[in-house]
Design a protein around this ligand. Structure first.
Ligand SMILES: [Zn+2]
Length: 268
């Protein structure tokens, strides 16, 4: 049993064959798919989609790459949405939230301050409703950690983790887990691969981030932007088990337990 802890299944890239994509995932024993929202405009879509599929789960939040038009009234709207759905067993986290210091337009002084404000406000919402967070962490590990530490009591997933050993340990010390996906399937990704093999059993959950971050076997010279999908989680699992030098069964067990623990999926 596997859980894809991060999949943008509502993306337009699945518009024409979403049913087939879900069918392939079900055939591969993928028991849960977490669909994170990115902006108030897709809150309803992710909730409805999660409810329409077997094992569909969702998170509500505002992604750092979509914060430019976000105001405090959007943050209130998010909180209202969470309050309204807090009894919904399929709502598992506040996400996707975080900080992106890779994209130039998001790195002006004002935008950095705005990103931090939106991120921090959402950490407080997570704390208030006792939900974990799904974090987008791009060139922002230390600032993400600083806010997590200062808000305190919030745990979650550092999605597509790509930091140092020391940063990984800081997330783990705070009770968070790290998301491993397509990036570790590339041999050149030495640092992530080393971390996947070295960190303790409780460190990792698996994710595809579909339609993004296609694994090595999908990405060819002529098709660098191949579409990823949740069924690819099986290949990702295989690489994960090889890197950790454990059996497929052990890899399934570890990552499933970790996902259930961090997302409070008690009777999943
Ligand atoms: Zn994402």
């Amino acid at each position: 049993m596997l859980i894809d802890t991060h999949c943008h299944l509502d993306s337009y890239q699945f518009e024409h064959d979403r049913t087939d994509v879900i069918h392939r995932a079900n055939n591969e024993n993928i028991k849960g798919i977490v669909i994170p929202a990115v902006h108030p405009s897709n809150f309803n879509a992710v909730r409805e989609l999660a409810h329409s599929i077997n094992g569909g789960l969702y998170a509500l939040g505002i992604h750092p790459m979509y914060v430019s038009d976000i105001t405090d009234s959007d943050l209130q709207y998010l909180e209202k949405h969470i309050e309204k759905n807090i009894q919904d067993g399929r709502l598992v986290a506040v996400g996707e939230i975080g900080l992106d210091f890779f994209v130039d337009e998001l790195c002006t002084k004002e935008m950095v301050a705005h990103q931090e404000h939106v991120y921090r406000s959402q950490l407080y919402i997570a704390k208030k409703y006792n939900l974990p967070v799904i974090m987008h962490v791009r060139r922002s590990q230390d600032i993400i950690l600083k806010h997590l530490r200062s808000v305190s009591g919030v745990v979650g997933i550092a999605h597509a983790f790509n930091g140092s050993h020391q940063q990984a340990n800081r997330f783990l010390d705070l009770g968070c887990v790290l998301g491993a996906g397509g990036a570790m399937t590339y041999e050149r990704a030495r640092q992530i691969r080393r971390l996947v093999s070295d960190l303790p059993d409780y460190a990792w959950v698996l994710e595809t981030d579909a339609p993004d971050i296609p694994p090595a076997w999908l990405s060819t010279k002529s098709n660098k932007n191949a579409r990823n999908e949740p069924a690819e989680l099986c290949g990702i699992l295989r690489v994960f088990s090889e890197l950790r030098n454990i059996s497929i069964e052990q890899a399934v067990h570890q990552t499933f337990q970790n996902a259930c623990r961090i997302l409070n999926l008690n009777d999943f």
